[in-house]
Design a binder for this molecule. Structure first.
Ligand SMILES: [Zn+2]
Length: 282
């Protein structure tokens, strides 16, 4: 059996060992926490650098995507635009010259055209086969401060060619109802008497004429040349529907798909080509 002295000494030794081991344990924690902190600082720095790099590349990629996409769309538009001259040719062929006697006339009436009352017709200023415009001097229904009647010199016109083929002069408000029967409606000049407006017209006739005429000679020449060179049935493979009554046709380059009835005469459209189909007579 060990002596009491030895046992007591061992207690003292053990106490010292425990203190030393506890100090070591704390040191492990302290040293590790220092390392952890510096590791975190290091990685945070690297992460920040990487994140910046990532954002930068992301921005670059998005910018490139946008530019490449727009360039492709432009290419699509330019290829589509190659069909534009043919679309125009088809639009011209669709007009059907012989509609004129059957359909609307381009003639413009007398003073009844502007609702009768106080008005004068000054005759045609434009008088072509496919485009006519007539001048009128009309009491505007308004007066000056001194009570004098105001008169308006107006032009009313009808064009065989729609605005999509030929740029018509922009409409300006005329002092009478027109029920939408004229493609050209222009108030040209206001004056306090008919004589004053006639004098103004004498001095400005060529300007007015040029303003109303626009590019008409070019579309007339294009129209006649197109009719001389092509028939609608030459484009049969592109034609999807026809109107057996007025020969209106729908083609695959049309931007809008029309309904089942002819937009010109409201009769039913027929699918084209039919077996052994013969183009409807005009
Ligand atoms: Zn029709």
């Amino acid at each position: 059996m060990e002596s009491a002295k030895v046992l007591i000494m061992r207690v003292a030794e053990n106490r010292e060992r425990v203190a030393a081991l506890e100090a070591e344990a704390q040191s492990i924690v302290r040293v590790s926490k220092e390392k952890e902190a510096s590791l975190e600082a290091l990685y945070k720095k690297e992460i920040k650098v990487l994140e910046l790099e990532f954002r930068q590349r992301q921005v670059e990629l998005k910018a490139k995507r946008k530019a490449d996409y727009l360039a492709k769309l432009e290419e699509v538009e330019s290829v589509k635009a190659q069909d534009n001259p043919l679309k125009r040719t088809l639009a011209i062929l669709r007009l059907q010259r012989t509609d004129l006697p059957r359909g609307q006339s381009l003639e413009i009436g007398g003073t009844d055209s502007v609702g009768g009352g106080s008005c004068y017709t000054e005759g045609y200023i434009i008088n072509f086969e496919f485009y006519k415009a007539k001048l009128f001097i009309v009491a505007s229904g308004q007066t000056t401060q001194a009570g004098k009647t105001l008169w308006t010199l107006c032009a009313l016109g009808k064009s065989y060619f729609p605005g999509s083929l030929f740029a018509l002069p922009p409409k300006t408000r005329v002092p009478f109802p027109t029920q939408g029967q004229y493609q050209v409606e222009c108030a040209l000049q206001v004056g306090t008497s008919v004589a004053e407006l006639r004098t103004w017209l004498d001095g400005n006739k060529e300007v007015v004429k040029a303003q109303l005429l626009g590019e008409y000679p070019a579309i007339e020449a294009e129209y006649l040349a197109t009719l001389a060179n092509y028939k609608p049935e030459d484009f049969s493979p592109l034609i999807t529907m026809v109107c057996k009554v007025c020969s209106y046709f729908v083609h695959s380059l049309d931007d809008v798909t029309p309904g089942k009835t002819c937009p010109r005469c409201q009769k039913a459209l027929t699918a084209w080509p039919e077996p052994e189909a013969v183009w409807p007579n005009r």
